[in-house]
Design a protein around this ligand. Structure first.
Ligand SMILES: NC(=O)c1ccc[n+]([C@@H]2O[C@H](COP(=O)([O-])OP(=O)(O)OC[C@H]3O[C@@H](n4cnc5c(N)ncnc54)[C@H](OP(=O)(O)O)[C@@H]3O)[C@@H](O)[C@H]2O)c1
Length: 249
């Protein structure tokens, strides 16, 4: 796929993995990059560096008017990245478990679901690629981020359903599964973290190779997924151990 002629829309593009995607597509010479952001000021300086390519787009992914507006403005998109997300630490002893679960489902599942539904005709028209940033915990559960994992399991189902429906219509549907990545989201995660640029690099590599649909972006996610495929029960045990180690830290 030719990234140079591509028009990309990234949600949550002002920081973390979303910004790393924008930087990587810029480096590849993309034609236009819509930066989906809640607050345009958050990308003012970034846009000023490349005003011909970077286009800020007000896009709270939970806001239906913003979504409606995005589908009208970004009719030329051929690579859509569902990236915006939130994470809360919780387990069954947390008083806010249910509230957290609902908030994360809104941003991490219902929003990409709605965006995918609304943008599917555009991607179909433009022969596009739909990319959704899930997580390795969309495959395996870490008990210390109980409700976050549930939202990523939900989005995994959405990715597979979208692939089944849109692939025959010429839309490539990719899932991205990072391990721990060094962004604001993972500040309180006491694990070795990988740079957000690695997520972007691995995704772009997969876009270019034309066949990879599932992108495991780093050593942690690659090893964990390989172990999961071999012995899911052993990985379940390993995740419990990981939490116990975190509590001890
Ligand atoms: N970091 C990790 O270890 C890790 C691992 C696996 C998967 N992921 C996934 O990677 C994606 C990006 O995460 P990150 O690590 O880059 O997190 P981050 O640094 O916390 O950035 C989150 C981004 O999402 C945006 N966002 C949150 N709620 C939004 C909403 N309602 N509407 C629009 N934008 C919203 C934020 O915008 P504001 O600045 O306006 O808040 C920000 O741009 C998420 O889907 C996350 O679940 C992250």
């Amino acid at each position: 796929m030719d990234i140079k002629n591509s028009v990309i829309l990234i949600t949550g593009a002002n920081r973390g993995i979303g910004k790393a995607y924008a930087e990587a597509f810029l480096k590849e010479g993309a034609k236009k990059i819509y930066l989906g952001v809640r607050n345009s000021d958050s990308v003012k300086e970034f846009v000023a560096e490349n005003p011909d390519v970077l286009v800020p787009l007000k896009f709270d992914v939970t806001n239906h008017e913003d979504l409606q507006n995005a589908t009208q403005v970004a009719q030329d998109v051929n690579i859509l990245i569902n990236n915006a997300g939130i994470l809360f630490f919780d387990d069954f002893s947390s008083s806010d478990l249910q509230e957290n679960a609902r908030k994360q489902m809104e941003v991490n599942y219902f929003a990409p679901l709605a965006i995918t539904q609304k943008f599917a005709p555009i991607l179909k028209k433009n022969g596009g690629v739909l990319i959704t940033v899930s997580s390795i915990v969309g495959h395996v559960t870490m008990p210390a981020i109980n409700s976050y994992c549930a939202s990523k399991y939900a989005v995994q189902s959405m990715i597979l359903a979208a692939r089944a429906q849109f692939k025959p219509q010429g839309v490539r549907v990719m899932g991205v599964y990072p391990g721990p990545i060094d962004t604001d989201m993972a500040t309180d995660l006491p694990m070795e973290k990988f740079p957000p640029s690695a997520v972007a690099e691995q995704t772009l590599k997969a876009i270019k190779d034309g066949t990879t649909e599932d992108v495991f972006t780093d050593a942690f996610s690659q090893e964990t997924y390989a172990a999961f495929r071999q012995d899911p029960k052993a990985v379940e045990e390993r995740m419990l151990m990981l939490d116990a180690a975190d509590e001890a830290a």
